[in-house]
Design a protein around this ligand. Structure first.
Ligand SMILES: [Zn+2]
Length: 199
C-alpha cells in the first residue's frame, strides 16, 4: 500500500496527520499497554520494561499497535504511532516475530514521510524546522531531518513523481491555504515596514 493509498483510505488531506485515526481507518487496532497486557496474558510492567514507547503485533489475524500511554509528549507518541503503523502497512509482521534493522529503518523513513510529506512541505514553501515541527506536530529533532531532506531534494532539482503528485493533489486545499496565509503575512509585514519608513 502506498502513502497516497493510505491517505485516501483514511481521508487525510491536511497536516498534522493523526496516525491513530489512520490506523483505525485501516482496521488496525490501537490499544494501551493495560489492554495489550490482558490481551496477551502478560504482566503490564513487563511491557513497560520491554517496549518503552510502543510495539506492533499480529495475533489471530488481528493487526494491532500498542502505545505506552505514559510515554512523554504528544509529538513523541505521534511518531511512535506512525512508526508502528508503518511496520503494519509495510507488511513487516507477516509470518515472523523479530524485525530486522533494515525494517526498523524503513519504518522510520515511512513514518517521517507519513507525518511530514516532502512534496507538501515543498509546495507550502516551508523553510525552517520550527515551521515543519509546528505544521506537522513532530519534534524539532525530527523536523531538522525533514528540513535536511527538503534541502537535498531542492539541491538535486528533483521533480515530483506520480505518487507525490497524487499526494499534492489530496493536500491542494491545505497547500493553497498555507500559501495564502504566507502571502498575507508578507504583505502585512511589508505594509508595516512601509509605515515605519515613512514616519
Ligand atoms: Zn520498529
Amino acid at each position: 500500500m502506498t502513502l497516497s493509498d493510505i491517505y485516501e483510505k483514511a481521508g487525510v488531506c491536511r497536516l498534522p496527520v493523526d496516525p491513530v485515526a489512520i490506523a483505525a481507518a485501516l482496521g488496525i487496532k490501537v490499544v494501551n499497554y493495560k489492554t495489550a497486557a490482558s490481551f496477551f496474558g502478560v504482566n503490564v510492567h513487563k511491557l513497560y520494561m520491554q517496549f518503552p514507547l510502543g510495539f506492533c503485533f499480529k495475533c489471530s489475524g488481528i493487526l494491532g499497535i500498542a502505545l505506552n500511554e505514559n510515554s512523554c509528549g504528544d509529538r513523541r507518541r505521534r511518531f511512535t504511532a506512525a512508526h508502528e503503523l508503518s511496520h503494519c502497512v509495510l507488511g513487516h509482521l507477516d509470518g515472523k516475530d523479530a524485525l530486522s534493522q533494515s525494517e526498523e529503518r524503513n519504518a522510520d523513513c515511512f513514518a517521517a514521510e507519513l507525518l511530514a510529506p516532502l512534496v507538501v512541505l515543498n509546495a507550502c514553501g516551508v523553510n525552517s524546522s520550527e515551521e515543519i515541527a509546528r505544521m506537522c506536530g513532530i519534534s524539532r529533532a525530527a523536523a531538522d531531518i525533514r528540513l535536511m531532506r527538503l534541502a537535498e531534494r531542492e539541491r538535486c532539482g528533483l521533480c515530483a513523481n506520480e505518487e507525490e503528485r497524487r499526494i499534492a493533489e489530496r493536500f491542494c486545499a491545505f497547500i493553497a491555504a498555507a500559501n495564502s496565509r504566507k502571502a498575507l503575512s508578507a504583505y502585512t509585514n511589508s505594509r508595516s515596514m512601509y509605515r515605519r519608513n515613512s514616519t
